[in-house]
Design a protein around this ligand. Structure first.
Ligand code: FES
Length: 73
């Protein structure tokens, strides 16, 4: 995890799996490291091809997207 968002390019209509546990070695994407932790990745389908900012601190109220919560830490 990090105290800043992850910049990521996404493609319209494609499904993505955001790491919610913080253990993945391929941040911000799930790599299966959550197994046995009780935490599951968060999936989303990109509404359009664009750059998105994904939460790095896991404190966002709009996971998987950054809401600026890292600025309060
Ligand atoms: S590795 Fe973190 S949710 Fe899958």
């Amino acid at each position: 995890m990090q105290n800043a968002p992850y910049e990521a390019q996404v493609e319209e209509g494609k499904e993505y799996w955001y790491c919610a546990c913080g253990k993945s070695k391929t941040q911000p994407w799930c790599d299966g490291s959550h197994a046995g932790s009780g935490v599951e990745p968060i999936s989303f389908v990109a509404e359009k091809t664009e750059t998105v900012w994904l939460c790095g601190c896991r404190m966002s109220e709009t996971l998987p997207f950054c809401d600026g919560s890292h600025n309060e830490l």
